[in-house]
Design a protein around this ligand. Structure first.
Ligand code: PXG
Length: 289
């Protein structure tokens, strides 16, 4: 494995960052998780754009242009010779002195890891997931905006622990008003009477790239998609429910908080979107080879 740090390549054993890096000391940094399908980097421009938006929000100047970074990501994929992969693109605040002040950090670290993707078991896609709502609320946007894809994931990790402690793989997180926001690493959708719903980004969610892609696919095929204020009641009474994310793609949800969703199996809208997404993911994207 060849890992890029500021444009230089290291082996897995020698790729290192400073213990004074504020990415480690404070979770001060940002990242993207990107897929490579069939040698094509999927939605690369959208991921690069979101990374720079996160950077703007936390006042981190990425020491490379978007074009340069895009080229570096493609080069890293090619060097690692992986046709199907998961890219973790990270920008840390860099090493500084102890103490919160981010402006003592002069050298942000741009790290590109290209690894094999560990997928959810096929059973999840065939049979659908059971999930629960957990007590850990999604960060309020006025504290740490969920739209920043930051290295500080404790909010999501605490929710994930609650789900795992209950023997379930994912958790539905509510915002501080009790409205549905998203899951720990995925956005959430429902389908009712042929209309697709998802919590608006103003409910405190990451503006998922898969979320946007699924909205586009659905609208292109003539379906109505509505970003809404969503309650748990809406989920319990939906005909279908599914999650979206770079790692998960589209995964059906069949039970939430003990309530069977629809007929208790993956719904036909979900299955149709899964098929369309798969086709798109395998044909679109920046060719790396
Ligand atoms: N919400 C949250 C909180 C996320 O972390 C998504 C939604 C889906 O966004 P995208 O842009 O991926 O459609 C995410 C994404 C990982 C991993 O390694 C996590 C994500 C993506 C890829 C890998 O755990 N989270």
């Amino acid at each position: 494995m060849k890992i890029s740090i500021n444009g230089k390549y290291y082996s897995k054993r020698t790729a290192k960052v400073s213990v004074f890096d504020h990415g480690l000391l404070y979770g001060d940094g940002i990242f993207e998780g990107i897929r490579v399908y069939n040698g094509r980097v999927f939605k690369l421009r959208d991921h690069i754009d979101r990374l720079y938006e996160s950077a703007t929000s936390i006042m981190l100047e990425i020491p490379a242009s978007k074009d340069k970074l895009t080229g570096d990501v493609i080069r890293a994929v090619r060097l690692n010779k992986l046709k199907n992969a998961y890219i973790r693109l990270i920008v840390t605040r860099g090493a500084g002195s102890l103490g919160l002040n981010p402006f003592t950090c002069r050298n942000p670290q741009i790290i590109i890891i290209v690894d094999k993707i560990i997928l959810y078991p096929p059973r999840f896609y065939r049979e659908g997931l059971t999930v629960i709502t957990v007590g850990t609320q999604r960060n309020i946007a006025e504290a740490v905006s969920p739209r920043i894809k930051s290295l500080n994931y404790l909010n999501n990790i605490l929710a994930k622990i609650e789900a795992l402690n209950s023997g379930l793989p994912e958790a539905v997180m509510l915002n501080s008003f009790g409205f549905v926001s998203e899951c720990t690493g995925d956005n959430i959708f429902t389908v009712r009477k042929g209309v697709i719903f998802t919590p608006s980004i103003y409910m405190g969610v990451l503006e998922g790239i898969t979320r946007a892609c699924v909205i586009d696919i659905a609208r292109d095929s003539g379906m109505v998609v509505k970003p809404i204020v969503m309650t748990r009641h809406d989920i319990y009474n939906a005909d279908e429910c599914f999650l979206t994310g770079t790692a998960a793609e589209i995964v059906p949800v069949v039970k939430v908080d003990g309530r069977k969703i629809g007929l208790g199996g993956p719904g036909h809208v979900t299955k149709s979107l899964m098929k369309k997404f798969k086709k798109l993911a395998r044909s679109e994207g920046v060719l790396a080879f």
